[in-house]
Design a binder for this molecule. Sequence first.
Ligand code: NI
Length: 175
Amino acid sequence: MTSTIKLFMPLLPILRYPDSRLKKIAVPISLIDDRIRKLASDMAETMYEAPGIGLAATQVDVHKQLIVIDASETRDQLLVLINPELIECNGAQVSEEGCLSVPGIYDKVERAERVVVRYLDLHGSPQKIAAEGLLAVCLQHEMDHLKGKVFVEHLSSLKQTRIKAKLLKQSRITA
Ligand code: NI
């Protein structure tokens, strides 16, 4: 509806597919200290600014199990999940996904329809979230990042090759 001229770069630089650092496996966070709290708040700011509905630490080249998500329409339901673990998943849904690390590319991916995820909040307290629809997709997408997996890896190898070529070409132009 409105077009906004972007004056600021996102706060944290986001790795772009096919950067090999997106393949790193994130390690669990054992101590939730000020550095982790600062990382979570910088990631949230970066996600809102981008704008996106989720961001995994992997995407900002920090290989720790931390994700931020806000899949609400009002953009005021920030979730910070530390060491998230999928403990239940049911059903299937196919929806179009995109990713801040794969700019301009959207494609259909099949995911579980409903999930339950266990995680630690910023106070180190164990939490559980049951989600369906978009939030469930977002949780699965971000948790994939922590395992070194980008959503395009759910697509055919032909599509992956095309996407890689397209993004490499773009990065040569903008570099
Ligand atoms: Ni992503």
